[in-house]
Design a protein around this ligand. Structure first.
Ligand SMILES: [Zn+2]
Length: 489
C-alpha cells in the first residue's frame, strides 16, 4: 500500500477539463483539496469536482464546481467526522481482505509482521527474478507511454531519465547488495474492453492477464523457483493515478491460473500523464510488499486495534513515506531494519562490545546491531547522510532504530505492549513521528555530538520497551558524511 501526503494530482471530470487537486490519505480513505485549501468531492450528477460541505459529519457536494469561486463562508480544510472516516475505511478494508475461507486468509495487510516481522506469504527476495509488467489502456484513455520507456524505468543500467536516481532493478540490486536481481518483461499497452471508470469497481487484473495469455506469452519465465507461480505481477494503467476503488495503487493477491501457472500477489499503479511522469518510488514500494513481504512502516490510522494516526518511519524508509521523496524519483532506501529481516545484510557487526565504530553510507550489506536480553528486540544503527538515495531526507547523520519484530508501526504509544516495530530515535527528542506532526524534520538524525548522547537516562532513551535499561550507551558522534564514527561506551 502506498500512503499519500498532500500530493498534487490530476483528475478527470466527465463534464469538464482535468483538474488538479491535492490528495491526502492512504489505500482505504482519501480526501481532496483545491490548491487553496477547500475540500472538494466529485459530484456524479454534474460530472464535476465541486466544493464540499459537511452534513452530519459527512462530505456532501455544494453543487458549486471548483472552477468557480468558493461559496461564501465555506471553511477550508474540512474533514469528515472520525466515525464517518472509519466507516468508509472499514468498508474498503473489508473488501481488500482475503475471504475468510481462502488459503490467503492469514495474509492480512497489516503493519504488524506476523512472520518474524515480515508479512506472511511467499517471499522471492533473492536470486534472479523476472517479473511480468502489463501496460493497459482504456478505449477512452490511450496509453501515453511505451513499453520501451517503462522497460527502461524498470530494467536499464545507468537509468536517470526524468531525474530518477536509478532503475527499479538497480534499486533492488543496491538494497540487496546484489542478492536480488529483479527485472521485468513489459508487455503492452493492451486495450481493455471498458472505459476507465468501469475499472474503479472492477479489478482489471484478470481481463488483462487473459489478453496477455492469448498473445502467447510464455509464463514459465516468470516462475524463478519452478513452483508454478508468477513471482511478480504488475499492472500499470494509462493516465494519472486515480485514487479510487481498484485503481488506487495497491498490492493484493489474485486467484488466477492458466496452463499450470498461478498468479499470487500483484501490484497496480499508473503510467502517469506522459513518460516524463515515470518514477520508481511507488513501483519499488509495492514491489517491496510483493517480493519481500515487507510490512508498511507507516500508520494507517485504524488497524491492528489502534485508532490514532502517526507517521511511523516517516520519510526514512521506502516502506513508510520515503517512496515519495523527490516526487518518487529518489525514493529513500529500504531501512536497515527491513534489509536485515530480508536477509540482505551478510556482514553483521555487533555493538555489544564497547569501542569505536564507523557507519559507512550506502554499505547496505552491513548491519550494526545491538542485541538486548530479548531476541525480538534490538537496536540498529546506520549512516543516513544526505548523499545517494538519502539526498532527499530532511536530516543528515546517524540513524538509530529501536526494533521489535513483535511491534507494529500502527502502535505509536511507546509502551510495553503498544509500540512500533521499527521506530527512529529522533535526536531532537520531540517524538514528532509518533505524534504524527511531520514525516521527518532537520533535527531527527544524530550529528556531531561530543560526550554521551544516548543512554537509559536521555530523551530519547535506549531503554527497552518494558522500561528497563538495554545497556546501550552511545557517545561522540562524528559529522555527517560518507563515514560517521561513534563510540559505544
Ligand atoms: Zn505499502
Amino acid at each position: 500500500m502506498s500512503a499519500i501526503f498532500g500530493e498534487t494530482l490530476s483528475f478527470k471530470q466527465e463534464s469538464g477539463p482535468d483538474v488538479e487537486l491535492v490528495a491526502f490519505g492512504d489505500e482505504f480513505y482519501a480526501r481532496y483539496e483545491t490548491k487553496d485549501g477547500f475540500t472538494a468531492i466529485y459530484d456524479g450528477k454534474l460530472g464535476l469536482y465541486c466544493y464540499a460541505e459537511l452534513a452530519d459529519g459527512k462530505f456532501i457536494s455544494t453543487a458549486v464546481p471548483i472552477s468557480e469561486p468558493a461559496p461564501d463562508g465555506l471553511r477550508r480544510h474540512l474533514k469528515e467526522a472520525p466515525s464517518v472516516r472509519n466507516d468508509k475505511f472499514d468498508n474498503r478494508y473489508e473488501k481488500m481482505m482475503p475471504p475468510k475461507d481462502s488459503v490467503w486468509a492469514n495474509e492480512a495487510l497489516e503493519t504488524y509482521g506476523p512472520n518474524q516481522g515480515l508479512l506472511e506469504g511467499r517471499q522471492v527476495n533473492t536470486g534472479v527474478v523476472c517479473g511480468l509488467t502489463i501496460l493497459v489502456e482504456f478505449p477512452d484513455l490511450p496509453a501515453q507511454v511505451t513499453a520501451e520507456e517503462v522497460s527502461a524505468l524498470l530494467n536499464e543500467d545507468g537509468y536517470t531519465a526524468n531525474g530518477n536516481y536509478c532503475s527499479v532493478r538497480e534499486y533492488f540490486r543496491l538494497m540487496s547488495s546484489g542478492l536480488l536481481d529483479y527485472s521485468n518483461v513489459v508487455i503492452g499497452p493492451i486495450r481493455l474492453s471498458q472505459e476507465q471508470r468501469y475499472y474503479v469497481d472492477n479489478l482489471l487484473a484478470e481481463e488483462a492477464l487473459n489478453l496477455v495469455v492469448d498473445m502467447g506469452v510464455d509464463l514459465s519465465q516468470f516462475d524463478s523457483k519452478g513452483e508454478g507461480y508468477i513471482d511478480a505481477l504488475s499492472f500499470m494503467y494509462a493516465g494519472p493515478t486515480l485514487y479510487e476503488g481498484w485503481l488506487w495503487p495497491h498490492n493484493y493477491y489474485l486467484e488466477w491460473e492458466h496452463g499450470g501457472y498461478r498468479a499470487h500477489l500483484y501490484m497496480i499503479t499508473s503510467q502517469g500523464l506522459s513518460s516524463s511522469d515515470l518514477s520508481i518510488g511507488t513501483f519499488c514500494h509495492e514491489s517491496g510488499h510483493m517480493l519481500c513481504r515487507f510490512p508498511d512502516l507507516y500508520d494507517y490510522g485504524k488497524r491492528d486495534g489502534d485508532f490514532e494516526r502517526s507517521a511511523g518511519m516517516g520519510v526514512y524508509c521506502l516502506m513508510s513515506a520515503g517512496n515519495h521523496l523527490n516526487s518518487g524519483r529518489t525514493p529513500a532506501p529500504v531501512c536497515g531494519y527491513l534489509r536485515y529481516l530480508a536477509g540482505w545484510c551478510s556482514n553483521e557487526i555487533s555493538l555489544n562490545t564497547p569501542g569505536s565504530y564507523t557507519a559507512v553510507h550506502g554499505d547496505y550489506g552491513t548491519v550494526l546491531v545491538y542485541n538486548t536480553v530479548y531476541e525480538n528486540e534490538y537496536f540498529l544503527i546506520e549512516n543516513r547522510s544526505e548523499v545517494g538515495l538519502d539526498q532527499g531526507l530532511p536530516s543528515a547523520g546517524l540513524a538509530i532504530y529501536h526494533c521489535d519484530i513483535w511491534g507494529s508501526n500502527e502502535w505509536q504509544g511507546g509502551s510495553a505492549d503498544s509500540h512500533y516495530q521499527c521506530g527512529l530515535l529522533q535526536a531532537d527528542g520531540h517524538f514528532d513521528l509518533e505524534h504524527g506532526l511531520n514525516v521527518g524534520d532537520a533535527t531527527d538524525l544524530f550529528a556531531i555530538v561530543e560526550g554521551e548522547v544516548l543512554s537509559d537516562a536521555t530523551t530519547p532513551s535506549t531503554r527497552l520497551w518494558d522500561g528497563s535499561d538495554s545497556g546501550l550507551r552511545i557517545a561522540d558522534i562524528g559529522a555527517p558524511g560518507e563515514a560517521i564514527g561513534f563510540n559505544v561506551v
